[in-house]
Design a protein around this ligand. Structure first.
Ligand code: PEP
Ligand code: MN
Length: 263
């Protein structure tokens, strides 16, 4: 079902009124986590002002350490809903537990399956039973084939609205947080009709590399990017080191425009 052999033309998936796929290149911006009303308002409005057409922000965070900030839960979802309405753009947040799906869908426009849950098959089936668009992130050690089969679970369960996301994989390289596999983007675009976006923030883990890899994403045929932006990266509760300052994000948006027009 996700194969281009069977369905040759590009699928276009809408998050709210924002199209992903086909001729579009769509930019999602926002902080790693929703930290509070004022914090999210500042980061989100900077992202939207600079040109992001959809917001990101975690309410349920999959953290390596149980002692790290785990996300604001329902309070954070309420914040997202308020701010996305204020700014007039759709929003996406990660779902870690099938029991939270209904609650999340009442607050935001799209569900994210995080890298750590890419092969949580019950969760895949559960989001597949909704009509809400799903951003499916590639697992940390998942092959392209496994990624496409994970998408197949969602589509087979009844939800065709899947956007694939390359967010870097774990390799022998330790200089960067992950190794952003742009081969996978070009490959998945050939193999599947689903839209493919790139997350250069988690893909590199280094603020200075986010811009270059976002431009590379355009060149390789991605349908969009999802980028972490924080109003005060130094004080971020998660992923500050890879979050762009608002001015950096605004500058990157301008530079990306030229690449998108050229592509
Ligand atoms: C995130 O988007 O903040 C996140 C946790 O991403 P990933 O699942 O790709 O690590
Ligand atoms: Mn993050």
């Amino acid at each position: 079902r996700v194969s281009r052999e069977l369905y040759p033309s590009d699928s276009v998936v809408h998050i709210g009124n924002v199209p992903f796929g086909g001729e579009h290149f769509s930019i999602i911006g926002g902080p790693c986590a929703v930290e509070g009303l004022d914090e999210f308002r500042q980061s989100a409005s900077a992202a939207v002002k600079a040109g992001a057409v959809a917001l990101r922000g975690g309410a349920f965070k999959p953290r390596t350490s149980p002692y790290s900030f785990q996300g604001g839960g329902l309070d954070a979802l309420r914040v997202m809903k308020e701010i996305k309405q204020e700014l007039g753009v759709p929003a996406v947040t990660e779902v870690m537990d099938a029991a939270d799906i209904d609650m999340i869908c009442q607050h935001v426009d799209a569900l994210q399956i995080g890298a750590r849950n890419m092969q949580n098959f019950n969760l895949l089936k559960a989001v597949g039973r909704t009509e809400t668009p799903v951003i499916l992130k590639r697992g940390i050690s998942a092959t392209i084939e496994e990624t496409l089969l994970a998408a197949e679970y969602i589509v087979d369960a009844g939800n065709p609205n899947v956007i694939l996301c390359e967010r870097g994989i774990r390799t022998f390289e330790t200089a960067t947080r992950n190794t952003l596999d742009l081969n996978a983007v070009a490959f998945m675009k050939r193999k599947s009709h689903l839209p493919v976006i790139v997350d250069p923030s988690h893909g590199t883990g280094i603020r200075e590399l986010v811009g270059p890899m976002a431009k590379a994403a355009v060149a390789v045929g991605a349908d969009g990017v999802i980028i972490e932006v924080h109003h005060e990266p130094k004080n971020a509760l998660s992923d500050g080191q890879q979050s762009l300052y608002p001015e950096q994000f605004a500058q990157l948006m301008k530079e990306l425009d030229a690449f998108i027009t050229a592509a």
